[in-house]
Every structure is written in C-alpha cells, then in structure tokens.
Design a protein. Structure first.
Length: 230
C-alpha cells in the first residue's frame, strides 16, 4: 500500500462526499491539503486493530472490510464498505486505538483525511459538525439494527433481509442481486457461519425462492421471498 499523486482531483472527490456537501470551495481546498491518496491492492491491510488513528478514510473506488479476530482465531466482519463511503471518523475523535482492522477486498483507491484538517474545519464551520454527527448517528442506528437482527431474527430472516435490503416493496417482481463479496465474508457480516449461510441458501433454492449462480442470486418472486418465514 503506498501514497502517491497520479493527478486525481482530490478537491473534486471531497466535494462529492455527502459529509462535505455544503462546504465552501476554500474549505474543501483546506481539507484537500490535509488529504493524501492511498492505493491498496486486494488483501492489503490499511490499519490494524490497536493502531492509533491519524485521520479517517474515504473510498474513491474499491471495497474495504472492517473486521476483528476472535480469541479463537476466527474472523468477525463488522462492515463491508464501497465507493463513496467513509470510515474511521468515530475512533479518530476518541483518541483511542482502532477497534477493528481494515482490509482491501479489491484493488482500491482511498483518501486519508488528516484529523488536524478536520478539526480545523469543525472549528470554522458548525455545519460540518452537524453533518458528521448525522453521519455517525446513521451508523449507530445501523449498528443497533444489526444487533436487533442478530438477537431477534433467525439466520434465514437475516439472509432474506440482506438480499432484499435495497429492494423497494413496490419494485420489480423478479430481480437478480449480485453479492458484493464472497459468501464467507457476507456470512460473517450477518453473524452466521459459512456453513449455516450455505445451508440456508441451499434450502431457499430447493424451495425455488432463489436461483444461485456464484455471486449472482436470482429472485424469481420478490414478494414470495419477502413473506417466506415471517
């Protein structure tokens, strides 16, 4: 993993981040001065659990997994993030070591935005503070939904919920969902073993509710899948 400048327009990228929308050009320019580009190859570790954060990250393109390793040596995936998403803000404000490690799941380009640059802008512009609080609150909300689903939903309900997470209730009757990463990583994200995940997918496909072709999952009848196991 290395830093370099291959002439991408950092200011333009920052201006497109929801977190920074509404900031003035000169504010974006100051943040850009505190940012550096990082390219990561698939498998590269961006930071380890226990590292002290010096800023936070924006994914320009690619995919990043946040995870930690259990005492038994197994891995628990906390989140799978893609283009335009940011991570590491919360821990950056706490001055505490990172609780997870971050690993590139695909070749990725990231921006690292230095804490000092963010703090300067927070002091200068209260809107950024409100936006960051809103962004972190959304994440907290997602985290609580996750804990709720681990506690109250069966593995089958979790998988169905994951497959239909971005599908509007009044949308198409049949759709194809492409899993963003390997089944093992998604299983861990849903707090399931890989075996359990595969078993449920197999059961859903035997019932004709899904047709699995590698990472592509065809859902012939969204409504049927949604109401199955409720």
């Amino acid at each position: 993993m290395h830093s370099h400048q291959h002439g991408i327009n950092i200011e333009a990228l920052l201006a497109h981040v929801p977190l920074f929308s509404g900031l003035e050009t000169e504010e974006i320019a100051r943040l850009a001065r505190g940012s550096r580009e990082l390219t990561a190859s698939r498998g590269d570790i961006l930071f380890h659990k226990g590292d002290m954060p010096t800023g936070f990250y924006l994914i320009v393109y690619g995919q990043v997994k946040l995870a930690f390793t259990s005492a038994q040596g197994g891995e628990k995936v906390v989140d799978i993030l893609g283009q335009g998403q940011t991570f590491g803000e919360a821990v950056m404000f706490m001055d505490k070591p990172c609780m997870v490690y971050a690993q590139a799941l695909a070749d990725s380009l990231l921006l690292h935005i230095a804490k000092a640059a963010v703090v300067d802008e927070l002091n200068a512009d209260p809107r950024l503070g409100r936006k960051m609080i809103a962004g972190l609150s959304m994440r907290l909300h997602h985290l609580i939904s996750d804990v709720e689903s681990y506690s109250l939903c069966s593995g089958r309900q979790r998988i169905i919920g994951y497959l239909l997470r971005e599908i509007p209730t009044d949308g198409e009757k049949s759709i194809t969902v492409t899993l963003p990463t390997s089944k093992g990583i998604i299983a861990s994200r849903l707090n399931l073993t890989q075996e359990h995940f595969s078993r449920i997918l197999h059961e859903l496909s035997e019932k004709g509710l899904v047709v699995v072709e590698g990472r592509k999952i065809h859902i012939p009848d969204v409504g049927k899948l949604r109401t199955y196991d409720q």
